[in-house]
Structures are given as structure tokens and as C-alpha cells.
Design a protein around this ligand. Sequence first.
Ligand code: GTR
Length: 436
Amino acid sequence: MFGMMNPQSRIRSGLVFAVCLLLLNFRSSLMLHAEEFNYDESKVPPYTLPDLLKCEDGTVVDSADVWNTKRRPELLQMFEEHVFGTLPAGKIPLRTRVRSSVPDALDGKALRREVTVFFADDDNGPHMDLLIYTPVNATKPVPAFLGYNFNGNHAVEKDPRIHLTDSWMRNNKDIGIEDNKATEASRGSEASRWAVSTIINRGYGLVTIYYGDVDPDVDDGFKNGIHSLFEKGDSPRAGDAGGSISAWAWGLSRALDVLESDKAIDARKVAVFGHSRLGKTSLWAGATDQRFAMVIANESGCGGAALDKRIFGETVSRINTSFPHWFCINHRKYNNHEAAMPVDNHMLIALSGPRPVYVASAQEDTWADPYGEYLGLYHAGPVFKLFGKSVFESDKMPAVDTPMQVDVAYHMRTGKHDVTDYDWEQYLKFADTHLR
Ligand code: GTR
């Protein structure tokens, strides 16, 4: 058609044609984007969950004993191989040093300590700072919550005496972080997520750690953080070598090692808590370390409590693209192939059973798939039942702001992706039942 036109009309038509093409492309990329994630319950494709109570060799798990001795170890190994990866076994000697001790924190109600845990002989090697609050009026070691914070220990309470972390931080203009370094402006910036006074008033301890102390949340080829302890040289990474979630879970276990000799805390009554990526972490920590007495996963979503085979909100492919360092390399095989995964997250939750597990969602947090989180817990039920525990009998989700607590617990609160006082109120109630 262009052949019969004069040169000027040819150029004009060519331009119109190119613009049309561009617009078409733009539209289809928008459509692709809009269709990439499913938020429509009626469009969730059918999926089949792997059988929690059938071993890979076909043995039926009909007792707590078969679960403990056969199915649990095999599932743990499958999560190591296909999802989180594993870190080389072997004990790392820990050294601790008290950095500060404030006997009258929180208006005199709490003893607040900062304890540095060194993972190497050299003080400049990998280390983490525990921020430990315990009630001053306790007459015996207290049960406690242990969990990572996102913005540094100094972000949990606005007190200039808390050490400003020197670990790498994600840039965040809202709190003045622009060159991956903590700033004075970030003090107290995460306080709304940690109901410290309420926790202390209720007779619990709180231990928190900046997650970036253990492994900076950045894809650097698994060199920084505690990876440097385990991965020497430049040999190619094994497909099942642990990613950041494994590293963070490892750090929680090392914190528990330290708490075992802390006189103020009852280490047999420590609930491991985490929000979002750190909720995935608390589930993996609960699975790998049975010393944790309770597991709380707040809005943990894809790779956490939500079923990955249920295509709703975040997908395996998206999470491995946005955060290539969280899971092991083998996990990428399941990008857009969730159906092929030999495990799903009802199994991850079951690995914490029969210890009490709390899964929580937020109504507006559709990215994390609240119903998928509920279903993860619901389908973990049969393992808890093997131990005589009570679980949810219906796959229907409870109404918003209607927590359900038996030997497992769930709530979906009003609002967005966050941790609020409402969430802590429910966790404390659950802990009162199971950790006292
Ligand atoms: C999101 C990620 C989620 C969740 C969240 C968080 O960007 O897609 O899986 O972990 O981050 O940790 O805040």
C-alpha cells in the first residue's frame, strides 16, 4: 500500500502505523499486567494439594509416631530441597557481649538490654544485636516473643540510647534512608508494629533483632550476612543452598541458643513471630527448630501460610523474580509451574504442629491471599489431630475481625498489610492459653 503514495504521505502513514503499533503494544502489555495476578475467587484454577498424610513410599501416616519418625523428616527435607534450601549443618561457636542495660525502660516497667551475638572470632565479622525487654516485676523467667524487625532495633522504640544499627538497610525515603545506612530520623519508625508496653504489662518478654544483621535483604549472590560464614570461594551455588529466609530462620535459632542461658526468659516458652517475609521466616524457623513453643505468621502470604498452588495474588514466579535471594535456586523450577511443586504450605504449617500455630491475615492484603492463608492452616489440621489437638473443621473462612482460637488460631482483621495492636491483642490471648 505504501508503494502508491508520495514520499510525504508515505512518511505520515508510516508514522501513524508506528504509533498504532506502539499503542497496541502498550495496551497489550497493560492487559498482560492486569491479567498477571488473579484477584478473582471465581478465576482460581482447580488445584490438587499433595497428601499431607501419605509418605512418598505410600505409607499412610496414621499416628503421631509415623508423622514424627517418617513423614515429618521427609517433608522437612523436601522443603529444604525445593523451597528454602539448607545451610551447612554444624555448630558455630557464639560469643555474646552486653552492649547496654537499662533497668527502668518503658517508664520503669521493663529491663531493656542490648546483647550482641558474634558469629565469628573477629568482632567485625557477622553479628546480630538482640534487643531484649523483660518485665521488671517478674518473679520467675517469663515467656517471650522473638521476632525480627524491618527497620533496625532503634526503630522499635524512640529512645536515643538504643544503638543505631550499622548494618546495611534498604533505602526508604520515608525514614530518611538514602545510602543504605540507618538515620536518626528512623528512630521509632516501626514502633506502631511492636506493642512493647502491652507485651510487658501482660508479663511477657520481647526479643527483637534487625533482620539485616543476619542477612541484608538484597540480592548480592549470597555473599553478605551469615552466608559469608558458610560459602567460601566462588564455586557455583548448589540448587538447594539456603537463601535469605533460611539464613534469617538460622539467626532466630541462634537467638534462642542465647536465650537458653538468659535468666529472665523461659526459653521453653518462646513464641517465634514474624510479619510478611519475616512471617515466612517464622514458619520456616518453627519447622526447622522444634524448640520454638509457638509459631506466629502475620500476613506471610506466598511462600508462607498461603497455598502456593492456589493462584491468587502473588505467585511463585513473581516472588522469585522480585526477590531472587529469598528461596533456594531449585525453587525457581516452579515459576509458573506451581502444580509441579511436590509440597505446599499446609505442609509447611504442619511442620510446626502440634505446637500452637497462629496464622493472621488483613482484609485489604489481597496480595498475600487471606483465604489461601486460612486454607493453608485448615489443610494442616490433620497433623494436629494426630496429636489430639483441636483444629478448624470448616474450610469456610471466619468473618473479618472474628478471631478463632483453638489449638491453632486465625484472624483476618480489617485494614491493610501491617502489624497492629489488634494483632498483638490476639497473639497475647493465644499465648495466655498456650504459653502460661
Ligand atoms: C512483598 C512480597 C511479599 C511480602 C512483602 C513483605 O513485596 O511480595 O511476599 O513478603 O513484600 O515482606 O513486606
